[in-house]
Ligand binder design. Structure first.
Ligand SMILES: Cc1cc2nc3c(=O)[nH]c(=O)nc-3n(C[C@H](O)[C@H](O)[C@H](O)COP(=O)(O)O)c2cc1C
Length: 151
């Protein structure tokens, strides 16, 4: 049994909805347990229990949202000390851009070093059915890859 950890930060609900959809998609894969944690509550111990991590966060002021940055800052050196190398996928919610958050997250994650299991997904604007479907698809694809040992 593999474990997929979904870590999210949501100030006004959009990323929470995306994380919920990703959780729903990932749950369709029988060989994977899915744990969901708010970024403020997640730590290195959660990463150590996981086989892959999905990060769901917003772009704020051209950068990664504060709680997700805090999560990465808190776990960076402890993860390196434990030699944790987890495949990750990144889902960014943004009003009209998202590229700043994406670049910042990718740069930080390359330092762990965590390999990307898929291209980052940026969804722009308010949460809608299409965004939920894309998030569910990404969650399911990541879980399927973990289950099959692709990543
Ligand atoms: C303080 C603040 C700063 C923001 N800065 C950006 C930004 O730089 N670029 C962008 O595309 N959207 C920006 N947004 C919009 C958010 O990324 C967008 O509303 C997102 O869906 C919020 O996710 P959440 O509801 O999970 O908090 C900003 C929102 C807030 C509240």
């Amino acid at each position: 049994m593999k474990t997929l950890l979904i870590v999210y930060h949501s100030q006004s609900g959009t990323c929470a909805g995306l994380a919920r959809a990703a959780w729903y998609g990932a749950r369709q894969e029988s060989g994977v347990e899915v744990a969901v944690k708010r970024a403020w509550d997640a730590g290195t111990a959660d990463l150590a229990l996981a086989d892959g991590v999905m990060l769901v966060a917003a772009e704020q002021s051209g950068a990664l949202s504060g709680a997700m940055k805090d999560f990465l800052d808190r776990t960076f050196y402890p993860a390196i000390a434990k030699s944790l190398v987890l495949p990750y996928v990144l889902l960014i919610s943004a009003g009209n851009d998202g590229r700043g958050a994406q670049q910042q997250a990718q740069r930080i994650l390359s330092g762990y070093p965590f390999p990307a299991a898929a291209e980052p997904l940026i969804v722009r604007g308010e949460l809608c059915a299409a965004h939920e479907a894309a998030s569910a698809e990404l969650g399911q694809a990541f879980a399927a890859g973990l289950s099959m040992g692709i990543f």
